[in-house]
Design a binder for this molecule. Structure first.
Ligand code: ZN
Length: 454
């Protein structure tokens, strides 16, 4: 594509080095000695060969001396997209993994989430989870909060303050027979959802949006599900929930909604399956249900750590991809015990290999495909791929600067490695010590700018 001599925006930063990302056509595109320019709006203005430096500097009006050169074992990759994480559950992450889902919710989750009416407690936990995920390279997070509107608004504010791209959901649940003090009336849930949406949108945070969040069919009346479907439609909002996580919850949902043909049909009937819907888990969806996902444009969030930790099930990702259903990865903290999307990448590969052990004919996922799911796939699952997910010109610069040989880091490089090997080592062995800088919409958000919030 020819560049005009009249660039419309000013260039803020130019980086030179190796860029690794996914496209629609290829799971892994490796661009060596490439130049990437970010404009003052945080968008990618160009990504071209290093040999084009002189022409680019004239066209875009920057000095070649201002170019930031990556070091030998460094590369840029797109920011990681966590399509499913419960921010309040960060308070007990790494514990309480000894029960199946419904018992686990009643014993640990609901009593703990009820504490988030205390804004001081909420502030402490939410600051920690936003910082921890950012440090681990999560540039976009799709959060569940709790039923408390003000604490949910606080989560949005904290994500904005730290510069994380986020979808934030105030949880809706007007049915809970087990932990009776942790639920809303139907009217409260509806009114507070509308207040949450209006107040969050009113803040005009550039990267934080509300997401309509029925906890899942088991904890909502049909009336509430229908009302939430209408609210999402009227405001053109994202929707998130859970589906088909365990055999037990599927059975109970069938009993509660006998007129529905399937779990997917429950959401479909209440206008909750749209091209801006992301549903977590889906371990037990039938092929017919996957067809409904594809037809509506709804997506799935694969949460392998949680699926295994709570002994819920195993998602056949290959089958989901065959059905052309959009799919991203999620940590599902705290059913999943790690807040790092690198862990989600590893557990996705592990699950695929377990399926292969069970069936040697299984078409095992490779790391390149899983890399795409964690980045571009996640952005597609959240319908944010127009803004983020890879290094296409015009998208926001959401990126991790990775140093595979970071001093004191977890990786020992024995031989000088090519970029593909460096990426594979980082995905399998790396951690936040290897993530030297994180950018969201062009802004450097890690290392943290100033210690204003704790
Ligand atoms: Zn969840």
């Amino acid at each position: 594509m020819a560049n005009s001599n009249r660039p419309t925006t000013k260039i803020a930063n130019v980086y030179r080095g190796t860029f690794i990302h996914s496209t629609q056509q290829t799971a892994l595109q490796i661009l060596e000695d490439e130049l990437l320019g970010v404009d003052t709006d945080g968008k990618i203005a160009f990504i071209e060969r290093g040999a084009e430096l002189d022409r680019l500097s004239r066209t875009f009006g920057f000095s070649p001396t201002e170019v930031t050169q990556l070091a030998q074992h460094e590369f840029f990759m797109p920011g990681l997209v966590d399509t499913h994480i419960h921010a309040p559950q960060y308070s007990y992450i790494g514990t309480a993994l000894d029960m199946p889902l419904l018992q686990w919710l009643n014993t640990y989750t609901f009593p703990m989430e009820s504490h988030f009416k205390d804004l001081k407690f909420a502030h402490s936990v939410y600051s920690k989870v936003v910082k921890r995920t950012l440090r681990n390279g999560t540039t976009t997070a799709c959060y569940f909060a709790t039923i408390h509107t003000d604490a949910s608004l606080l989560l949005g504010q904290i994500a904005n303050d730290f510069g994380q791209r986020a979808l934030v959901g105030k949880v809706c649940m007007d049915r809970n027979d087990s932990v009776k003090h942790y639920k809303e009336t139907n009217q409260e849930s509806q009114e507070e959802t509308c207040r949450f949406i209006a107040e969050l949108l009113n803040k005009k945070y550039p990267l934080v949006r509300p997401v309509v969040t029925p906890r899942f069919a088991l904890y909502c009346t049909a009336a509430l599900l229908g009302q939430l479907g209408t609210i999402a439609k009227d405001n053109n909002l994202h929707i998130q929930s859970h589906i088909g996580e365990t055999v037990e919850d599927i059975k109970l949902v069938q009993e509660l909604f006998p007129e529905s043909e399937s779990y997917t049909d429950v959401y479909l009937k209440h206008n909750l399956l749209t091209d801006k819907t992301v549903m977590a888990h889906g371990c037990y969806l039938s092929d017919e249900e996957l067809v409904l996902f594809r037809k509506t444009g709804a997506s799935l969030s694969h949460c392998p750590n949680s699926n295994i930790s709570l002994c819920s099930g195993m998602l056949d990702v290959r089958n989901v991809l065959k059905h052309k259903v959009k799919l991203g990865l999620g940590t599902d903290v705290a059913g999943g015990y790690s807040a790092s999307m690198l862990d989600a990448v590893r557990r996705t590969l592990d699950t695929s290999k377990v399926l292969t052990i069970q069936n040697p004919e299984y078409d095992t996922l490779n790391f390149e495909e899983v890399f795409r799911l964690a980045t571009l796939g996640g952005s597609q699952a959240l319908s944010l791929d127009g803004q983020t997910g890879n290094f296409e010109v015009g998208k926001d610069f959401d990126a991790l600067r990775v140093n595979v040989a970071a001093p004191g880091g977890p990786i020992d490089l024995v031989q000088c490695k090519e970029p593909k090997i460096l990426l594979e080592k980082f995905l399998n062995l790396g951690d936040d010590r290897n993530i030297v800088e994180v950018f969201v919409a062009g802004r450097k958000v890690v290392p943290f700018a100033e210690p204003t919030t704790e």
